[in-house]
Design a protein around this ligand. Structure first.
Ligand code: PLP
Length: 367
């Protein structure tokens, strides 16, 4: 049995007519940028995320950049980022001219370890950017308390965790400003690039709205050096439709994860995902760890099973960050996780047969 890493088909086939009607609505509206669809999606996403305001932007990286710009974080400032994350988190800090300062994860969850943040703070630290990696909420209660004690902003990178919670509160509603991504493969995916910022602060909401649209409130009058980073009407209309199905898809992801937990139990050398007390997980990815990761991945490929690695090279070891001068061994936990992680197929609509096929292939590697 072939099991692709990701298949959109089970999600997209049943809602084809619904989505195409939304597309037609935009086509026939003769209004394509910053109109009714964006406004409605922003309202719907606010209701979903529990944050007062949502600002649609062009992609997830821009969401993080605009959040930092709105907080006037820039040259000379430091921002705490996980050593173990997608590079976008680091890039956002770099793009506003500030310096990313890595903090190691808890190896059990792969998420930022709140206990290690204090040692990385300096007088220049302005913000902490927790990333709810793979779909599991970070330990936000400790992170928020630490940030308050040191007068730091929190900007959540919620690109992978729409709908996850910590101590009952939805991710993307803790930080002063939070970024998320609707890249097609994310839990809520557009048909192209899209992203959003969520906030409870009305003044910052206004500031981000100005920044995303050329630094302008009134057309052709520019208050600040802004960006062209708008969510377009077509993507907003698609996202509005897909958002109504997100809770169902998340429930399916959780069912698949529970099946994996059951089918993969007891396989020698394989470490399964662990969810921290107080956290919930929306399984953007189901990530296992194995000391012979490359060989396991090849074995699975030979059995028709698609896997990916999130991520093979930590940000501090990327060529792009050579100038930071952070040699191998700087973040040993992130480096170890990068060397051993393997993302198994995960998509709403996967069946127990798919999961059993992945498990059988993993078991046959072990034997
Ligand atoms: C996808 C992702 C981003 C960036 O989103 P884009 O829409 O691709 O720009 C940022 N952070 C994390 C953790 C992501 O997974």
């Amino acid at each position: 049995m072939q099991v692709p890493f990701l298949s959109f088909q089970p999600q997209h086939v049943p809602i084809r007519e619904e989505v195409l009607a939304a597309v037609a609505r935009v086509y026939d509206s003769y209004w394509y940028v910053l109109g009714e669809e964006v406004k409605q999606f922003e309202a719907d996403y606010s209701a979903f995320s529990g944050a007062k305001h949502t600002i649609g932007v062009a992609n997830g990286l821009d969401a993080l950049v605009l959040a930092l710009r709105a907080l006037e974080i820039g040259p000379g400032d430091e921002v705490i980022v996980p050593s173990n994350t997608y590079i976008a988190t680091w890039l956002a800090v770099t793009q506003v001219g500030a310096t990313p300062v890595g903090v190691e994860p808890d190896p059990a969850t792969s998420n930022l370890d709140p206990a290690l943040i204090a040692a990385a703070l300096t007088p220049r630290t302005r913000a902490i950017m927790p990333v709810h990696l793979y779909g599991q909420a970070c330990r936000m209660t400790e992170i928020m308390a630490l940030a308050a004690a040191h007068n730091l902003h929190v900007v959540e990178d919620n690109a992978q965790a729409q709908g996850a919670t910590f101590d009952g509160r939805v991710t993307g509603s803790f930080g002063i400003l939070n970024g998320t991504s609707f890249y097609p493969g994310k839990n809520l995916g557009a048909l192209g690039d899209a992203g959003a910022i969520t906030t409870n602060d009305s003044a910052l909401d206004q500031r981000v709205r100005v920044l995303r649209n050329y630094g302008s409130q009134q057309k052709y009058y520019n208050e600040v050096v802004g960006y062209n980073s708008r969510l377009d009407e077509l993507q907003a209309a698609v996202l509005r439709t897909k958002l109504t199905h997100l809770a169902g898809w998340t429930a399916q992801r959780r069912e698949v994860a529970a099946l994996y937990d059951r089918h993969l139990a007891g396989i020698a050398g394989l470490r399964l995902p662990h969810t921290a007390p107080g956290a919930t997980h929306v399984y953007h990815l189901y990530v296992v760890h194995h000391a012979q990761r490359e060989a396991v991945q090849q074995h699975l490929a030979s059995q028709g099973i698609g896997t990916l690695i999130h991520y093979p090279v930590p940000a501090h070891r990327q060529q792009a960050y050579a100038a930071l001068g952070l040699p191998a061994g700087t973040f040993p936990i992130a480096e170890e996780l990068a060397a051993t992680c393997l993302s198994l197929p995960m998509w709403p609509g996967m069946t127990e047969d798919h999961v059993a096929a992945v498990a059988a292939a993993l078991r046959s590697f072990a034997n």
